[in-house]
Design a protein around this ligand. Structure first.
Ligand code: ADP
Ligand code: MG
Length: 379
């Protein structure tokens, strides 16, 4: 069984749940080219869910936290690209060391090893990200559940291999008894999981948190115009150059080679995307997404992509996962809890529909071929 990557998706023939025929690489961008300001060119086409669309700005990419990170500076700060990139990389690498489930020596792995045994001491950052994650559990009424790790592992998204056949109801139910964010105890700079077999998975929030810490550090160093992207978790400050705003292309969840439109980001704002096309596994000829419903224990279906616009990257990341789980039908409930967050949601259906909240409608310009697909989520 395979854990699919975004690159791989292009080479695969679509199966059920992936109903659009994939078009040749680049088609979408060529069609969109007339909409771009003169001289605009594609700066980065990373493996993530967004394209950074900009003129010839200084930019550096590196691998961190299981994906690609990119730092881009506005023209005013161009000569600082090397030290600023190093500064961001140090922050991402330190957080990866603490928060990764894949590293056996991370704080998060130690927390799982000591589950049911003893609390462990955690750093200020780990404590912070765990408590924000638990708070998201409350806000989303358990849709976002940081203790979802046993289910993530069950389907082969974690360290264990993907099973040949879909797990039985009994096995899923057994793992579900280990999933409940309310049981995660945080006290006096310690964390504790009370049941052996419990573990946390910060994959739905840690990258957003890391982007915010890097953002703060760049602000402290008085970098005036920058964009930080960690696997599609983006936050910007200032502007690319005088008179312009940062612009991000949102990938078509059914065709990774093109975008559905672009978002203009105001200084300080963040954008995050969750997509079923980024990571998936195959069992019995079917594809399953890497986001799991902690109530049922099953991988989520029905949503192809969610993009969140928020005032910080942690909020955008957490809600992108939660709205992905809620799906189009569940958006109203969550929007009441989080009115300052704007949402773009693409259900997994054909023909494509792009649902946006009024705030996102103001800053999102669809590709001409998607203008008919736009739908407004009522205020
Ligand atoms: P991506 O990792 O593609 O950026 P997300 O931010 O939505 O997308 O995070 C998805 C990750 O969140 C999964 O890979 C997994 O580690 C974790 N996850 C899966 N289901 C849940 C859930 N119900 N609640 C919290 N985290 C989850
Ligand atoms: Mg997320």
């Amino acid at each position: 069984m395979n854990t699919g990557t975004s690159e791989k998706l292009l080479a695969l023939i679509p199966q059920s749940g992936w109903r659009r025929v994939l078009t040749p690489h680049g088609t979408g961008l060529r069609r969109w080219a007339p909409m771009l300001p003169l001289g605009c060119l594609l700066l980065a086409l990373s493996g993530s869910s967004c394209f950074i669309l900009h003129r010839d700005l200084p930019s550096r990419s590196f691998r961190s936290m299981g994906g690609m990170a990119t730092v881009t500076l506005g023209t005013a700060d161009a000569d600082r690209i090397e030290p600023v990139t190093r500064q961001v990389q140090v922050i991402f690498d330190r957080l990866e060391q603490e928060l990764s489930t894949y590293r056996s020596d991370s704080t998060i792995s130690l927390l799982a090893n000591k589950a049911g045994v003893t609390p462990i001491a955690v750093s200020e950052d780990t404590l912070q990200v765990l408590s924000v994650a638990r708070h998201f559990g409350e806000l989303s009424e358990g849709a976002f559940d940081v203790t979802v790790a046993p289910l993530v592992n069950l389907y082969g998204f974690g360290k264990s291999p993907t099973p040949a056949a879909f797990p039985s109801e009994a096995v899923i139910r057994e793992q579900l008894t280990l999933v409940d964010y309310r049981k995660l105890l945080l006290k006096d700079r310690t964390a504790f999981l009370p049941l052996k077999g419990m573990a946390v998975d910060l994959g739905g929030i840690a990258k957003g948190y890391a982007v915010d810490r890097a953002f703060d550090s760049c602000r402290s160093a008085r970098v005036e115009d920058f964009l930080i992207d960690l696997s599609g978790n983006i936050r910007v400050y200032g502007r690319p150059q005088w008179g312009e705003d940062w612009q991000i292309g949102v990938r078509d969840p059914f065709d990774r080679s093109r975008i559905i439109g672009k978002v203009t980001l105001r200084s300080g704002m963040a954008l995050a995307t969750s997509g079923s096309y980024e990571r998936f596994v195959e069992m019995g000829g079917q594809r399953y997404s890497h986001i799991i419903n902690p109530k049922t224990g099953y991988p989520i279906s029905g949503t192809a992509g969610v993009t969140i616009l928020a005032e910080d990257a942690t909020t955008a990341d957490g809600w992108s996962t939660a709205f992905f789980i809620a799906g189009l039908k569940g958006t109203d409930k969550f929007r009441q809890k989080t009115p300052s967050v704007d949402v773009l949601i693409v259900p997994d259906k054909y023909p494509t529909e792009i649902w946006v909240t009024p705030g996102l409608a103001k800053v999102f310009v669809p590709l001409p071929e998607f203008s008919e697909a736009m739908r407004l989520l009522h205020p």
